[in-house]
Design a protein around this ligand. Structure first.
Ligand code: LLP
Length: 436
């Protein structure tokens, strides 16, 4: 997919570059991003809105993969940015990302983070709870600044891939709920507050979603709320943020829709609902993370040890694992992969791919069809671009991999490989007791 193909040497090539050469230059494990594919995904989302002539913002949910270069690319692509921490906001500042296109999320933003957001005059804060509403107002008042906000609503719709449920009692740590009257109380407080300018509402129903049904249910819930708010408080939103969660294809059985189709359906229902209420069309904002960067990322590993258990299984171990991809261990996530240096060869064997961490659960892929492989081979695991590097860690004091962007036959390193010295950067030696 994307610009990936098998070249004349039988090697996997991405962005016009031979992955075997990438490994020779940058080592393994290595995250490789197909920049053309990120561009394509961004434009698919944007075109879906433009085709319907609807005012919109597509905010990249940067938790999926954040670094300065990624933020600069997002800026170049005309995306807004959803950040969820001071660290992501700081990275955006250092990357020179326009502050007015930043949306700040999170269920427990610290006071320091809220101050940082107000001082930076970011585009909007998605207010999650009463504590935040109060503290943000105070921080704005101290600075004589009015901040644009959305209220995060727990829509009572939860979606996981193709299952979606309507949860009557909305048991979630995020947002103002619809059932106990929190959303109504919040809108009244926000409206009465001179320090806050309420743009509208936000809802997010889940992640890795393959159908439009959940989004339609969420739009319906939001419009019930909007209708009540208009009647009771004379408030009509100018922004409706419907969150992220658009699924991608990790393995053969995954059946996401083309990203534009989610958007089309959302627009259709919002138009219908707005017309029925005689409401002018709100701006629609979305926050895709995974669907912008997930399938653009590939991880390259060197293969090391093997273990053959007769009549049971063949293990093949790679030089990374749950330290660079937590998703299999955390969510039983599944991936596909190939031998990058022998991508044209027939897959005659079945290997289970183990990581190198001291933990039995550190398995990346079970039963992967491959050619006969050994320690000279490179394994490419596909679709690791979202929540891969982002959730990478130093378990077992394994340094985090390097990340390169590739496009049009050129590679750009965007995150350097961690060194052993980097691992010790914050360590302090044991303070010795002074004994006489
Ligand atoms: N907006 C909000 C408010 C969110 O909470 C999330 C994801 C997104 C947008 C972006 O969702 P996406 O388009 O990427 O599905 N670590 C998990 C995923 C956690 C998603 C958390 N929130 C994983 O690796 O599957």
């Amino acid at each position: 997919h994307g610009t990936s193909k098998i070249n004349d040497f039988g090697h996997l090539e991405i962005g016009g570059i031979d992955t075997v050469e990438l490994v020779a230059k940058y080592g393994t494990p290595l995250f490789v991003y197909d920049v053309a594919l990120i561009r394509e995904r961004a434009s698919e989302f944007q075109q879906a809105f433009q085709a319907e002539n609807v005012p919109y913002q597509v905010a990249y949910a940067s938790k999926a993969f954040s670094c300065m270069a990624m933020f600069q690319l997002a800026d170049e692509l005309g995306l807004s940015l959803d950040v969820v921490s001071g660290g992501e906001l700081y990275t955006a500042m250092q990357a020179g990302f326009p502050m007015n296109r930043i949306h700040f999320h999170g269920n427990n933003k610290s006071l320091a983070e809220l101050e940082m957001a107000v001082d930076a005059k970011i585009g909007c804060v998605v207010v999650d709870n009463f504590y935040e509403l109060r503290e943000l107002s105070r921080i704005c008042a101290e600075r004589s600044y009015q901040m644009d906000i959305l209220l995060r609503i727990t829509p009572g719709v939860e979606a996981h891939t193709h299952d979606y449920i309507s949860t009557g009692q909305e048991d979630s740590k995020f947002g103002f709920d619809l059932v106990s009257g929190q959303a109504h109380e919040a809108v009244q407080l926000a409206q009465a507050d001179q320090n806050l300018h309420l743009l509208g509402v936000h809802s997010h129903i889940g992640s890795q979603i393959f159908e439009t049904t959940g989004f339609v249910m969420a739009v319906e819930k939001m419009f019930e709320l909007i209708s009540e708010w208009r009647e009771s408080y004379g408030f009509t939103p100018t922004v409706l943020n419907l969150g992220g969660g658009f699924g991608i294809r990790y393995i053969d059985g995954d059946t996401p829709l083309p990203v534009g189709e989610y958007v089309q359906k959302m627009i259709e229902v919002v138009k219908e609902k707005a017309a029925a209420m005689d409401l002018s069309m709100p701006e629609i904002w979305i926050e895709p993370g995974r669907s912008l960067v997930g399938d653009a990322g590939t991880t390259l590993y060197s293969i090391g040890s093997q273990k053959h258990i007769p009549n049971v299984r063949d293990y093949l171990a790679v030089d990374g694992g749950m330290s660079d991809n937590l998703r299999p261990a955390l969510y039983q996530a599944q991936y596909e992969g190939v031998l990058a240096n022998r991508a044209n060869e027939e897959t005659t064997e079945t290997f289970s791919i183990a990581g190198k961490c001291c933990e039995s659960g550190d398995m990346l892929i079970w039963d992967l069809p491959l050619p006969k492989a050994n320690h000279e081979d490179i394994l490419a695991v596909f679709c690791t671009g979202a929540y891969g590097y982002a959730m990478a860690n130093n378990y077992n004091r394994i340094p985090r991999p390097a990340v390169v962007f590739v496009e049009d036959g050129e590679a750009f390193e965007v995150i350097k490989r961690e060194s052993y010295e980097d691992l010790l950067r914050l360590d302090l030696p044991l303070a010795k007791k002074v004994t006489k």
